[in-house]
Every structure is written in C-alpha cells, then in structure tokens.
Design a protein around this ligand. Structure first.
Ligand SMILES: [Mg+2]
Length: 168
C-alpha cells in the first residue's frame, strides 16, 4: 500500500540506528519543514544538530530533500547540519528522489525517506522504491494553506497508516 510508511515514529530522536541497519539502510533523506525545522524557519534546534552528528558518526549518509523554492533557505539548514541538499524536489513526483539517489550514489532500497507528510514525503518515496519513515510534525502553527488542506485529508488515512506501520 503506497500510503503506509514502513515505520512511524514520534520524532527524529526516536529513530533507532540499529533498526535502520538491520533493514540495510545506508542513507537517509529528510524533508525540511516540520521534520528538521519548524515551518519556513532556518533555525535548527541544538538537539537536532546533535542527532545529525550521531547519525553521521554511526556511518549514515544524509541529504535534505525539500519542495522549498528557496535555495538559500534549504542550503542554510543543510550547512548547519553538515549534509547535502536538494531543493525544488517537487515531491511526490519521483524526480527529486531519483536525483537524491544519484547524489548519494546509493540504491533506492538502501535509502530511507524521513518526513512528516503522507501525501508528499511517503507517497513519493514509495513510488521511487525507497524505505519510508513517517514522523510527527514539529509544530503545526503558521503553515501554508495548501499544507493545512493536505493535512486535513491526511488525517482521514493517517491513523490507519500509523497503525499498520512498525514503530521504533
Ligand atoms: Mg514537512
């Protein structure tokens, strides 16, 4: 089922590196808004920076995959985390994911997409053959109208999707 993520977890900090390794995951792609930062912000929490350091120390490659149209904003976040990035990814179409697969020099089955939205992050990643992890959004205030609309639709399927996924 395209809308059921492989894993669901409450936040980045709950992702278990050993579990990822047991699934053969070597690289992770991250949505930006409400996954790594608050919506449309550049600030990255200290805890998040530390978590990315641990991720890299554990041997994983990481890359941001954002639909954001601002090169500068996505770049600023990527530089704070010390990882690569792709902006204007046009999720859920497959193009951005496949660009990321190439950039990371990996195979789709060894790459996990981590994001807070079923209809963009998870759906697109599934279509591109990636492993998928859904997390809860950081903060729902001040979101773009289109995103709010999507979330209302997502709520109809999300509890089922979470129930069918594994939990870290
Ligand atoms: Mg998001």
């Amino acid at each position: 089922m395209k809308l059921v993520p492989d894993y669901y977890c409450r936040s980045l900090e709950n992702i278990n590196f050993q579990t990822l390794k047991s699934h053969g995951i070597k690289c992770l792609l991250f949505d930006v808004d409400n996954t790594v930062t608050r919506w449309n912000e550049r600030e990255v929490s200290e805890a998040t920076v530390k978590w990315f350091d641990q991720l890299k120390e554990a041997g994983f490659k990481a890359c941001l995959l954002s639909n954001n149209r601002s090169d500068t904003r996505v770049k600023v976040v990527a530089e704070k985390l010390g990882i690569s990035y792709i902006y204007r990814a046009a999720k859920p179409s497959k193009g951005g994911y496949l660009r990321a697969v190439k950039l990371l020099n990996g195979k789709p089955g060894t790459i996990a997409m981590v994001g807070d939205q079923l209809f963009t992050d998870v759906w697109g990643a599934k279509r591109a053959g990636l492993f998928t992890i859904l997390i809860d959004p950081i903060c729902l205030k001040h979101e773009f109208f289109g995103t709010k609309f999507n979330r209302a639709l997502e709520r109809l399927v999300i509890s089922k999707a979470k129930g069918r996924s594994h939990t870290f």
